[in-house]
Write a new protein. Structure first.
Lengths: 310, 522
């Protein structure tokens, strides 16, 4: 575990309510310095609320929140010089141009680097001379992204930054985040696009109904799940189903599919090798599967309720 | 197609028709009561014969008749309102629909290139004619025509309004073809109409030649109740037809969605000052600041030019009006005019102050506070605009009012005196700003309607409270009532200092609360 001093964000047992709505109930979240941390959860799980608390826009009800080396509520101005933020739903000044908005957003927290701005504008293919009124959602998001990426902030807080971007621009975004990571800067990337987080993140925190349900490096989280194996076996499936760590085995002709706990993988593969495999496909668990596992009971409850209704 | 346009616009069309005709009916019946005798009408004609009236509303050659007086009061407002309204409606049904893609949907069906456009013009032309007919009917019913002259004056009056409206339609039609966006079309159309207005203003102040260069001037020169000319109507109708033909030709030649003037690209960079809340606020509120300054200066010119003559008129009228002014003579009138400028400035200050909540509600505040700007700094810099802006508006308004009035009585010291009288309203305006900030801090979700509600109640109570017999404690409790009624009453520091302190406490409380609460986008 990295020590506290090397944490860009450290949140412990954070609670936040709006009237009767308990938006955050004991959230834990860390972003180690120099790493990209994915922040996954369905809509309404509290991701945006957590980021607003991190920016000092909302006051935490209880819990500990540290941003870089300070408290985001009391030291907001000093800390914000070192932070860049891309909101999930970007609002701009309708009668200013995109270029003007970028300059304003950059200069509010630090000096403007015209060369970086120009490079980012080119990379995201954004026309800065158009009034923000005429921009689509994707283009408004590009404005906020260009402003954040052109800064030299130590920490980037990105709230679903790619939700309005097309695949080409997502690739540009991925490239930019890799560069930032290479420069030793930290990123908190909130998303519900698993592939994006899987590609970029070193660590992932999964949140549900305002609380952390899973947290760790991508490798650590893989420990917790199963590898999906599909094979064609000439020697039958004798004994495979009863091996410890094998789940959900189905056989169709000589085709067999099952899930294996990561710990049981060596013994299971040894057994498969004996059974004369003709082809073998093993997939690492995607974040999608991790996610479904954590929200599985929720989904099950939902469908059960649906069944009970006439 | 015509039915679709009627259905889509029925509320707006009805609103314009009813509003304009009712306004005319109101002025007509009010003037009938106000000027019961020929002597009163002669007084009115004398009072109105000033450059200010001639410039702003035009002066009827027969201002000493009831019809002429009503024309002087209402014609310009109604004709301008109709022309501008028609421009906006033409844009709404033309360029705005095209921008939104609705026209595309229609045109992809079996529909001619011009079908939607022509249908909307027909509907709007009907609106113009109906407003004209309505005004003619009201005018005839109120008996504005001189005895024995038949209904000629009323007919010419209605026709002149309708004619100016039709020109507005032509202007709107061409603007909708030339400009590439609805906003640009509205801006271009209104600019042309206002250009017509200014042309005739210059003409009316001079030898009248330039009046003939403006279609609004043509409408004026129909001179209902005086010259009763019909032929300028032909000019107006001809111009409307020419403009619509030009618009049709343009529409046939251009691509769908394109305009003759391409959307102008803006700057790709922002000046450094935009990064401060004050600099950005000034840029974003540029329109209102310029607009309110022009409004205050125009009002001051008008007030100043009629003050002397109006006071004589009011002396003649006697009792009721003295109550309204809380005194008699020129000082009472000047005091009331100063308070009017105070009230107008209060609207500007309120508008600027509630924009703080506006920024929070739209979410545009969030990225600013996510930068290195504290909430206190943001709020205080933004509040500098209403605080300093009100002082400037009050001083300019008072100085212009005093200067124009001073010129009529050869007293140059009036300018400074009246600037002082209006500036005395600054603390009262600041109380309203403070109230807006306090509401913003403590109850952000209802702050904007609540602030405007207080503002409206204060306008109502200050202007009409005594007429409606509101209790004294309500009237005396208003911030505006506490201000020394200069130049009628003696100057006194005490209420001004007290008001300023109230304003400061309210502002401090609101900003203090803002620092401690969650940001609450709408």
């Amino acid at each position: 575990m990295p020590t506290a001093a090397s944490m860009a964000v450290q949140v412990e047992n954070l609670h936040k309510s709006f009237g009767h709505v308990h938006a955050l109930r004991g959230l834990d979240l860390t972003v180690p310095t120099g790493q990209v941390t994915g922040f996954l959860g369905p809509n309404g799980a509290g991701k945006t609320t957590a980021i607003r608390v991190l920016l000092g826009l909302l006051k935490a009800d209880s819990g500990r929140v540290a941003l870089l080396d300070g408290d985001p509520w009391t030291d907001a101005v000093r800390l914000h010089r070192r932070v860049a933020y891309v909101p999930g739903d970007v609002t701009l000044w309708p009668n200013l141009t995109g270029g003007e908005a970028i300059d304003i957003l950059c200069r509010i927290s630090g000096p403007l680097d015209p060369r970086r701005k120009h490079a980012m504008l080119e990379r995201f293919e954004l026309d800065p001379t158009k009034k923000a009124r005429t921009y689509s959602k994707g283009n408004r998001q590009k404005v906020a992204l260009v402003a954040a990426l052109a800064s030299d902030a130590e920490l980037l807080l990105l709230d679903e930054p790619t939700s309005g971007l097309d695949p080409l621009m997502e690739a540009a975004f991925t490239e930019s985040i890799r560069e930032i990571k290479a420069q030793g800067r930290s990123v908190l990337l909130s998303s519900h696009i698993f592939a994006e987080v899987e590609k970029l993140a070193d660590r992932v925190t999964i949140i549900r109904e305002g609380a952390t349900v899973e947290s760790g490096t991508i490798a650590e989280l893989r420990h917790l799940t199963r590898t999906q194996v599909t094979a064609v076996l000439d020697g039958g499936v004798d004994g495979l189903a009863t091996l410890p760590g094998v789940h959900d085995l189905t056989v169709l002709d000589r085709h067999v599919t099952f899930a294996v706990d990561e710990a049981a993988l060596p013994t299971v593969l040894a057994r498969v090798a004996v059974l004369g495999p003709r082809s073998l496909v093993a997939n690492p668990p995607s974040l999608e599967e991790l996610f479904l596992r954590h929200y599985g009971d929720e989904l099950a409850a939902l469908s059960a309720r649906a069944e009970r209704q006439p | 197609m015509v039915r679709l346009q009627l259905r889509r616009n029925r509320v707006r069309l009805a609103a314009w028709l009813v509003a304009l005709v009712t306004m005319f009916a109101y002025v007509a019946s009010y003037y009938q009561e106000l000027f019961p005798t020929q002597a009163a009408l002669d007084d009115f004609a004398a009072v109105s014969n000033t450059p200010g009236i001639r410039a702003l509303t035009g002066l009827s050659p027969a201002a000493n008749t009831l019809g002429g007086a009503v024309w002087t009061k209402a014609w310009m407002t109604i004709a301008l309102a109709l022309a501008l309204g028609v421009v906006f409606l033409a844009t709404r049904n033309g360029r705005a629909d095209e921008e939104a893609g609705r026209t595309e949907l229609l045109r992809s069906r079996m529909l001619g290139v011009h079908a939607a456009t022509v249908a909307s013009w027909l509907v709007l032309a009907c609106l113009c004619v109906l407003v004209g007919v309505g005004i003619t009917l009201v005018s005839a019913a109120q008996g504005l025509d001189p005895a024995g002259a038949g209904l000629r004056g009323s007919s010419v009056l209605g026709a002149s309004v309708a004619g100016v409206g039709l020109v507005g339609l032509g202007v709107g039609a061409v603007a909708g073809q030339v400009a590439g966006t609805a906003r640009a079309a509205n801006a271009l159309g209104s600019a042309v109409i206002l250009g017509f207005y200014v042309l005739r203003m210059v003409g009316d102040l001079g030898d009248g030649a330039l009046t003939w260069a403006s279609p609004i001037g043509w409408g004026q020169k129909m001179e209902p109740f005086a010259g009763d000319r019909w032929w300028p109507l032909a000019l107006l109708a001809l111009l409307a037809v020419v403009l619509c033909t030009v618009a049709i030709t343009l529409e046939a030649r251009r691509d769908h969605g394109a305009g003759l003037i391409a959307a102008r690209p803006g700057r790709a960079w922002a000046p450094r000052r935009f990064a401060s809340p004050l600099g950005l606020g000034l840029r974003l509120q540029r329109g209102p600041i310029v607009g309110w300054t022009i409004a205050v200066v125009l009002a001051a010119v008008l007030f100043g030019s009629v003050a002397e003559a109006m006071a004589d008129l009011l002396d003649d009228a006697g009792g009721d009006t003295a109550d309204l002014l809380r005194g008699a003579g020129v000082p009472a009138l000047l005091s009331m005019l100063a308070s009017m400028i105070g009230l107008v400035t209060a609207v500007f200050a309120t508008q600027s102050a509630v924009s703080l909540r506006g920024d929070e509600a739209t979410g545009i505040l969030e990225p600013q506070l996510a930068g290195a700007i504290s909430r206190t700094r943001w709020a205080l810099e933004r509040l500098l605009i209403p605080v300093a802006g009100s002082a400037v508006l009050l001083a300019v308004g008072g100085a212009v009012l005093g200067a124009v009035y001073g010129a009529t009585v050869d007293d140059p010291s009036q300018s400074a005196a009246m600037a002082g009288a209006t500036l005395a309203y600054w603390p009262a305006v600041m109380v309203l700003v403070g109230l807006a900030v306090a509401l913003f801090g403590w109850v952000p979700r209802v702050a904007v309607p609540a602030t405007w509600g207080v503002m409206a109640a204060m306008w109502f109570a200050t202007m009409l409270g005594e007429v409606f017999g509101l209790p004294d404690w309500v009237l005396d409790g208003l911030p505006f009532a506490a201000v020394p009624y200069l130049p009628l009453e003696p100057f006194s520091w005490t209420p001004l200092v007290a008001l300023t302190m109230v304003a400061a406490v309210l502002t401090w409380s609101g900003v203090h609360r803002l620092r401690r609460r969650d940001l609450q986008p709408a």
